[in-house]
Design a protein around this ligand. Structure first.
Ligand SMILES: *[C@@H]1O[C@H](CO)[C@@H](O)[C@H](O)[C@H]1NC(C)=O
Ligand SMILES: *[C@@H]1O[C@H](CO)[C@@H](O)[C@H](O)[C@H]1NC(C)=O
Ligand SMILES: *[C@@H]1O[C@H](CO)[C@@H](O)[C@H](O)[C@H]1NC(C)=O
Ligand SMILES: *[C@@H]1O[C@H](CO)[C@@H](O)[C@H](O)[C@H]1NC(C)=O
Ligand SMILES: *[C@@H]1O[C@H](CO)[C@@H](O)[C@H](O)[C@H]1NC(C)=O
Ligand SMILES: *[C@@H]1O[C@H](CO)[C@@H](O)[C@H](O)[C@H]1NC(C)=O
Ligand SMILES: *[C@@H]1O[C@H](CO)[C@@H](O)[C@H](O)[C@H]1NC(C)=O
Length: 336
């Protein structure tokens, strides 16, 4: 009886599949375990690009995988060793909480989600002498340990899709994903599509009216108002390798000689809102440079840039219709 049940399960593997995620989590490159699907990608990428590419599986807000417990470690160890090689180095979703603080402090490391939030990481299988002072982390099955590695180094990676993060796939998510080709990088998070086209540079006035990649969707230069959005912008800028990416923030008072005051979140069409979150990089802001870009130095990434110089720019796209409830200044995350 058990034998025939086993045959039945073998012939009809979907008999045991319960969720959509389980249905889609079959194949040599993936394993389903404890409400997560782990997918190994055998193409080497920089950490930040791997992070962006984990969005490829719609509807689950994919992220680089979290070694959150012994089971996750065991199941991914087995996956890597059978699908590839036990000596492979596989990027994880671990990142420092504060890149300026000691990277060799185990308490400075956390599991990051796609939206820039993170959960603290405990009982991590650090190799002896780890973490060292590099800013990303890979796992290696042969030693069953994790090691730090500098961000630009390329590695294989594992993406994780969680049942708890399931959400309907929207038209905008699909369009956002499809746009990620060549030097165009996109990031879909919290119903917003962010786009950074590394090969396109514009002055501020021109960039401001150029967020038109998706017809039917309202776009504008990106507004950053939280540390999570700083993390997201840093990921896109680092992935593209551009030095500056313009934001929709400007000093509207042209007579002002004090760069510390008068910054506004702006769009091509709507009323400006005061910008209160301004994580200036050191030596910034500079007077008479009336626009803002993100640059390197995660956590303090705002720099002032000249409005008339052409730079790449970061766009965001939200809902297709602006109702009264979504268009209220200061209320909507989609609009302002
Ligand atoms: C998951 O599987 C279902 C059923 O086979 C299919 O309809 C759906 O398109 C799959 N989803 C993804 C994201 O591949
Ligand atoms: C997850 O994988 C681990 C390691 O293979 C295994 O011990 C555990 O039973 C699995 N959990 C579930 C719910 O399948
Ligand atoms: C990050 O670490 C640096 C150096 O220890 C410290 O000065 C800074 O306040 C920290 N930033 C945050 C946001 O914790
Ligand atoms: C603009 O800046 C100038 C110079 O600092 C100041 O005198 C003036 O009051 C400001 N105008 C507004 C509308 O804030
Ligand atoms: C610029 O404005 C800030 C905030 O109002 C003020 O603290 C600072 O003294 C001003 N700087 C100059 C040079 O006027
Ligand atoms: C924002 O702009 C849109 C499109 O021009 C307009 O329909 C909407 O009323 C504006 N909202 C506000 C608050 O000004
Ligand atoms: C730069 O800003 C000045 C002052 O607002 C404006 O006159 C000029 O048109 C702007 N140039 C560009 C290219 O954005």
């Amino acid at each position: 009886m058990w034998f025939s049940l086993a045959i039945l399960l073998f012939i009809f593997p979907t008999v045991t599949a319960i969720t959509d995620l389980q249905v889609n989590c079959t194949g040599p490159d993936r394993r389903y375990n404890d409400t997560s699907c782990y997918v190994m990608v055998k193409t080497v990428k920089r950490h930040t690009i791997a992070k962006l590419l984990c969005n490829h599986y719609f509807g689950y807000s994919g992220h680089l995988y979290h070694i959150r417990n012994a089971a996750a470690q065991a199941v991914t160890k087995e996956l890597i060793s059978t699908y590839s090689n036990a000596n492979d180095k596989i990027f994880t979703g671990l990142e420092p909480i504060n890149e300026s603080a000691a990277l060799n402090d185990q308490n400075n490391w956390a599991h990051y989600y796609r939206d820039g939030t993170f959960v603290s990481a405990t009982n991590l299988p650090w190799a002896p002498g780890q973490p060292s002072t590099n800013n990303r982390v890979y796992y290696q099955p042969s030693s069953d340990k994790i090691f730090t590695q500098a961000e630009p180094t390329t590695s294989f990676y594992i993406c994780e899709y969680e049942e708890a993060l399931k959400q309907p796939v929207t038209d905008l998510e699909q369009k956002c994903f499809n746009l990620m080709i060549g030097s165009d990088f996109t990031w879909f998070v919290n119903d917003v599509c962010y786009v950074l086209q590394a090969a396109v540079s514009k002055t501020y006035n021109n960039a401001k009216v150029s967020c038109n990649a998706f017809s039917g969707y309202y776009g504008h230069l990106t507004h950053i108002r939280t540390m999570e959005e700083v993390w997201m912008a840093d990921a896109l800028r680092t992935a593209t390798g551009v030095t500056y990416a313009r934001l929709g923030i400007e000093q509207t008072n042209l007579s002002s000689t004090n760069a510390s005051i008068g910054w506004y979140l702006t769009t091509p069409t709507n009323q400006s809102m005061p910008a209160t979150f301004l994580p200036w990089a050191s030596s910034n802001p500079t007077a008479n440079k009336r626009t803002v870009a993100v640059s390197s130095g995660y956590r303090k990434i705002f720099v002032t840039v000249d409005n008339a110089t052409a730079y790449p720019f970061l766009c965001q796209y939200g809902r297709s219709t602006l109702s009264a409830s979504t268009g209220t200044p200061g209320k909507s995350t989609f609009f302002l």
